[in-house]
Each structure stands twice: as structure tokens, then as C-alpha cells.
Write a protein that binds this ligand. Sequence first.
Ligand code: LRH
Ligand code: MN
Length: 426
Amino acid sequence: MEIKKDQIQGFNKKNLTSHNEHFDFLANRLSKNGHDVSAIVSKLSEFQVAIPSWALGAGGTRFGRFSFYGEPSSLEQKIEDVGILHALTQTAGAVSLHIPWDIPSDYNAIKEQAKALNIKFDSVNSNTFQDQKNARESYKYGSLSNTSKTVREQAIQHNLDVINIGNKLGSKSLTVWLADGSCFPGQNNFQTAFQNTQDSLIDIYKGLPDDWKLLIEYKPYEPNFYSTVIQDWGASLMLANGCGDKAFTLVDLGHHLPNSNIEQIVSILQLKGKLGGFHFNDSKYGDDDLTVGSIKPYALFLIFNELVYGMQNNPQNPDLAWMIDASHNVKDPLEDLIQSLEAIQEAYAKALLIDQTALKAAQSNNDVVKCQEILQGAYRTDVRPLLERARLKTGGALSPIDSFRTLNIRNVLIKERGKNTVATGL
Ligand code: LRH
Ligand code: MN
């Protein structure tokens, strides 16, 4: 299934008048306050977020999984679904593959398909948290940190293979997340596990093409429930520094213990030039992988405030990899991803309304009330007309969810794919 631009334009027609009214009212007020509205709209249009290839079907937990039918059962169908998201939102212009779940059978064909849909290949993810059918060694007791050199070598080789796959697709970074850790006190020697991981990452780092990045993702727990080798930003930062200039930390919003101040972590990693990218999602308790902005939208806004400040003041930090990492237990995967894309755009737009100079001045004067007034003034602005205008300018839908439903996309996909297809992934 492919969505034609004229289908979307036809759909936008009936909402154009109300959009223009809301947009003109907001743009008028923002210009009066010194904002360059067209610059903000352009930034929103240019802001592309990579869709996780492993989150296009129904997610699940150990307690159960409930399909949505019409799920993609091949990489081609996954790219097709990302194409649908991008056609509607114009902000999903990239896909992040997970290997071996998404090994292409025909590289040229998949590159052609993605190109035709304006989709780039963002970071490729390795997987040493599951044993592959015909694998010689098991990752039951870890991969890059494993006490067995043979197991570590197998995991290192897998990562080098993933780089090779990504290289053929035009990807420019490898994301490494390790489940490695322990479930009981005494099970691991923490120093040996950490040093093994460092040495293994250095071997992988040596296989990185010059213009690539290594993104090291941290997580406090799950599937190990006593210790995780790369447990937090500090461990990821130390390992990245131990590898070299092309290694960075990757912040998955769900990988923080309750009440962690993620915006402060983001700020300091940018200051150190070691923030590589994001896995956006939201959570109430653990790594719940819920819709972005569905639980803590203000926290997401505060993170984007630090990102906007960093983009303006930290040239030492590279361009970031923007990716979603979510799982869908009760929502249609495509509708859920559309809502996540909207929440990311909204947080970014609100953060762009913060007068960073006035905020810095209020901070220097310890005018605490003024600081909050500046932040919350931006946060309380309904920026949706800006998001709509950014989509309108690039051929997207004024209301992607309404378009998705009016165009009856899920039922069309079920008709095309049947009810029993299951997407590879989590
Ligand atoms: C681990 C994680 C990691 C992926 C996996 C799908 O929780 O966030 O980014 O490899 O989810
Ligand atoms: Mn993640």
C-alpha cells in the first residue's frame, strides 16, 4: 500500500480554513514576541525521526501478545509501513534496522524501495541478547562481557557483520545495547565484566568505517535483575571514552531509574561532546516503551530545552541520531508511532519558543520565578498549528491520525497481508 500525495491534499482541503485561522493567530502573536515563525516551521520540517523496524507489529510481554493483523512480515513490508508514516507525517524519513531480525535479501531492491519513499537507513542495531538458531556459543551469561573469550569473539564478529550490512545500506552508525549483567549478588565480577566489555567494544570500534559512529546504549536493569554491565550514562560514557572520538552514548528515555533527571544527563553529555542520540518513548515505572509524551510530556519538553541549548552552544557535540524505540501492546502500531512523532515535534516546537538569552540572564540573576515563567510560557503555548504548517509545507496530512483512519489503512493492510502475519521484533 502506498499513499499518494493527492489523497492527502484532498483530505487536507476540508481542514485548511480552520488551520489557517489558528496558524495566523498564533504566528501573529509569536512574531509580536520576536519569534521567527517561518524559521521554526522549517526546523520542524527538517526534523526527521527514525522508526524502529522492530516496532511495526504488536509488541507483547511475557504475559501475552495481541496482534493487530496486517502486520509486516518482511523487511519490504516494514519499509512500506515506514513509507505510510512518512507520507502522513513527513517526519519519519528514516528507519533503524535490527539485525538479524531485518537482514535484507536483496540490498539493491530494498535501497530502491526506501529511496522511492524518501526513507534513509539510520543506525543499525546488533543483537547479542538472543541466541540465534545455529549459533555455536550462547549469550545466556552475556556477550561482550562474557567470561568466555570464544563467546566474546562470536559477539564481536556479529557486530562487525552488522556494520557490514549497514554499510551496504548507507547507514552511518552502529547501536550496541547489551543485556549483559547478573541476576544475583556474587554471580559477576563487575570489574572483569566491565573490562571485557571495554576490550570487546574496542575491537568492534576498530571495524568502524571512518565516517561512522558507535552508539553505546545504557540500561539499569532487564533482562538481568541484579546488575547490568552498561547500567547508566556514566558506564556508557566511560566505555565511549575508552573507544575513541567516534564513540558516543545513546539515551533511551525508558532506561532510567524512577525520578532520574534525564535533562541534566543530556545537558552534561552534550557539554562533553559525547551525546550520540536518542531512543524516544515514555514510561511510568520501568522500560515500558510507551508512546512518547503520553506519561511525562513536561519532562520531554525539558529535555528538548537542553537539546535546543546544546544545538546552539555545543558545537563539540555531533548531530544527533533521533530514533523512536517503543512497543505497542494495546494501540495500533502505526497510530501509536504517529502519536509519538507528533509528541516529539510538539516538544521540539515548544522548546524552540524558549528565549534562551532571557533564560540565561534570569539564571545569572538567580531570578528563579522568571526562569520558570520563561520555560512554562513556552510550554503552555499550543504549537500544533506550527506542526500542521510544517506538514502542509512538505505534503503531509494536517491530521495524520484522522487521515490514517479515513483512508482505512489498517483494513487495507489486512486485506493485502491477511490476519496471520507476524512482524519480527520484540
Ligand atoms: C533494550 C532496547 C534496545 C533495543 C531493544 C529493542 O531495552 O531499548 O534499544 O535493542 O530495546
Ligand atoms: Mn532502546
